[in-house]
Write a protein that binds this ligand. Structure first.
Ligand code: SF4
Length: 221
């Protein structure tokens, strides 16, 4: 179990293995916006009192301030009053020994059968983000092996947009998944990755360390 790679790490390696390597040098802290969206998500599908949910958010994030409240209000405004399917189980750990990956599926219902991934970002104009297609491909493999669920796709819940979309990954997504798992495995085994060509540095927290320029980590440190 310990040598299984987290699906979040697979997704990081898909875009930049060097980012995964540098992330591993730092403590991980769950971003507050994720905690806000996750808490709203637990209540979708049943009527809820916004202030009671906000109270839960403040228990989880005692330092929650104006930014968290603004995001919470947006999530509630866009999610309340819509039809949301109910799922039987939450935060279920799943693994795929075949692919060497593990994760926690946000919502699952074996009776449907179906699963949902909760996202704390806004939805694209149509469909789901490319990274979420790869996430879904990873989780399809995991729920099949761990829970015996045969599904061709999964739901993605974009809480800040109040949107739920179904995604069926294709061969290209599974190809990307396999390459990303291989890249993540190399990092976990201690290999120091090169800076990739044309990496997505714009939103990366390591930009100051390795913005445009040298491609070898030894050049960056
Ligand atoms: S700044 Fe760019 S190259 Fe460096 S880790 Fe981040 S994404 Fe990768």
């Amino acid at each position: 179990m310990d040598d299984l790679i987290g699906i979040a790490a697979v997704l990081t390696a898909r875009f930049c293995p060097l980012r995964l390597y540098l992330d591993r040098q730092e403590e991980y802290e769950e971003p507050p916006y994720y905690a806000v969206c996750k808490q709203v998500s637990y209540h979708l599908g049943t009527p809820f009192e916004a202030e009671a949910v906000w109270d839960e958010v403040c228990t989880i994030l005692p330092y929650a301030g104006e930014d968290e409240r603004a995001l919470f209000d947006q999530c509630v405004a866009r999610c309340q009053g819509k039809e949301w399917p109910l799922f039987s189980d939450f935060d279920v750990p799943v693994t795929s020994a075949r692919h060497g990956i593990r994760g926690t599926v946000d919502k699952v219902d074996p009776a449907r059968p179906a699963f949902v991934l909760t996202r704390a970002n806004e939805a694209p104009q149509a469909g789901v983000w490319g990274a979420d297609r790869i996430r879904i491909a990873c989780y399809i493999a995991c729920v099949a092996e761990s829970l015996g669920l045969e599904v061709d796709g999964g739901w993605v819940e974009y809480v800040p947009s109040g949107v739920l979309r179904y995604c069926v990954p294709g061969p290209r997504d599974r190809r990307i998944m396999l390459r990303a798992i291989a890249a993540a495995k190399k990092v976990e085994e201690g290999e120091v990755p090169k800076k990739p060509l044309n990496p997505p540095c714009v939103r990366c927290p390591h930009q100051e360390r390795c913005g445009p320029g040298p491609r070898r980590l030894s050049d960056l440190l």
